[in-house]
Design a protein around this ligand. Structure first.
Ligand code: GDP
Ligand code: IMO
Ligand code: MG
Length: 422
């Protein structure tokens, strides 16, 4: 059966939510494998819009089971708010949501440390959701896991030890007030009542499903260029959104993955700081942002916008093993007379043979562009490839050929119906 990984191929917000929702009806299980409530995945059904942060985007299909893997960092309050939000809309969660016992918990001090770090000189432009500090504790082997909610005494002890250390950091290094241990313990002791029913041995659950020939869709958050190992470090998130993270973040063995689908926006966007070679400044960038509605689904921040970068995409294809791509938001480019595509980078007039690995190098690159004609007509009602104008087809062929993938899906609007499958 098909075990497919959905990865963001650029800097996040490539329309993963819509595509996962669309494909979910053909799968038994959808799994989030990394990140946390820094993600904002939009799904539109009719006129209703849902923005999911932690719960997999397959949740709107009644027969689909949803899993939050060990690689995800969970803010319990954000999780419970999301469950309530969905239940209020009549979506059944009980018996359909499974949360890994090994997923780490985001604690109030993670969010605080995130905001303190962002006010200093090493600002990244994070979402402020405590993601980095939580992964720091995970890898420092001090983290608190979902399963720890079950043993109240142990949980209390773990919180105390952590806060003792954080209070030293807060008062001595950052000149901040101490955290109230009792308040935090009380808040976290209460979470188990609501969350316990979802706690699962996820690797066993998923591997049993594999043995029963069930199909699984793994939903990446963020994007390849925000990967802590392969992205534009340090301007990245603190996890592995790339396809390799799908295995370590869920417990599905690499040998079972049958396909990697890259979600690729027809142009490029980025939120937060860091290099962005094809970024459009001034009016051109502002117009693309307005037409594309490029404002963050989690923080509402305006997204930086620019031309499609095929050099970046061929790197992303290589790292993830992308064979097929879903090209999204093609309709947004319909207003342009001409569209530029970056086909390579130069430094001091010399073409780079491989993608730069340092931010310093990235800051110096000059994109090499090819210019293609626009199509200048509304394509948002197209439901077949043949309905697209020739110039739009040429644009698709060009970016696919330059990036080295095949196109499987084209999205021409936010609704499920605004999709062309090839
Ligand atoms: P994700 O984080 O990758 O799931 O993407 P986001 O949900 O953050 O951002 C995608 C935005 O684009 C959402 O507002 C969607 O409703 C919208 N959208 C999705 N597909 C299309 C499309 O094909 N065309 C247009 N114009 N908007 C789209
Ligand atoms: P989805 O899943 C776009 C960016 C932040 C910041 C950097 C680090 O919706 O595509 P973090 O809070 O993770 O420590 O921030 O990563 N970032 C995203 N950008 N889409 C996202 O998620 C993002 N999640 C984090 O803007 O630059
Ligand atoms: Mg998003």
């Amino acid at each position: 059966m098909s075990i497919a990984v959905i990865v963001g191929s650029q800097w996040g917000d490539e329309v993963k939510g819509k595509i996962v929702d669309l494909l979910s009806k053909r799968y038994d299980i959808v799994v989030r494998y990394q990140g946390g409530a820094n993600a904002g995945h939009t799904v539109q059904v009719g006129d209703k819009q849902f923005i999911l942060h932690l719960i997999p985007s397959g949740i709107l299909w009644e027969n689909v089971k949803c899993v939050i893997g060990n690689g995800v960092v969970i803010d319990p309050k954000a999780l419970l708010d999301e469950i309530k939000f969905l239940e209020n809309l009549g979506i059944n969660i009980k018996g359909r949501l499974f949360i890994s016992q090994n997923a780490h918990l985001i604690m109030p001090y993670h969010k605080l440390l995130d905001s303190i770090s962002e006010s200093g000189s090493s600002k990244i432009g994070t979402t402020g959701r405590g993601i980095g500090p939580c992964y720091i504790d995970k890898y420092a082997r001090k983290g608190i896991k979902i399963v720890d909610l079950r043993d109240k005494k142990d949980l209390e002890q773990k919180i105390k030890i952590n806060i003792e250390e954080k209070n030293i950091l807060l008062t001595k290094l950052y000149n901040q007030a101490e955290l109230n241990v009792d308040e935090i313990i009380k808040e976290y002791l209460d979470f188990d009542d609501a969350i316990d029913q979802y706690i699962t041995d996820v690797p066993s659950y998923l591997n049993s499903a594999l043995n029963e020939d069930k199909s699984i869709l793994l939903e990446g958050a963020q994007g390849t260029m925000l990967d802590v190992d392969f992205g534009t470090y340090p301007y990245v998130t603190s996890s592995n959104p790339t396809s390799g993270g799908a295995c370590t973040g869920s417990g599905i063995p690499p040998t079972k993955i049958s396909m990697v689908i890259g979600i690729v926006k027809a142009y490029t966007t980025r939120v937060g700081l860091g290099p962005f070679p094809t970024e459009l400044d001034g009016e051109e960038g502002e117009t693309l942002r307005k037409v594309g509605g490029e404002y963050g689904a989690t923080t509402g921040r305006p997204r930086r916008c620019g031309w499609f970068d095929a050099f970046l995409l061929s790197y992303s294809r290589m790292i993830n093993g992308i064979e097929r791509a879903a090209i999204t938001k093609l309709d947004v480019l319909s207003y342009l007379d001409e569209i530029k595509v970056c086909v390579g980078y130069e430094i001091n007039g010399k073409k780079l043979s491989s993608y730069p690995t340092s931010v310093n190098q990235m800051m110096q690159v000059k994109p090499v562009y090819e210019t293609l004609p626009g199509w200048k007509c509304d394509i948002s009602d197209a439901t077949t490839y043949d309905e697209l104008p020739g110039t739009a087809k040429d644009y698709l062929s060009f970016i696919a050929q330059q990036s080295g993938f095949e196109i499987g899906i084209i999205s021409v609007g936010p609704r499920r119906s605004q999709t062309i499958e090839l």
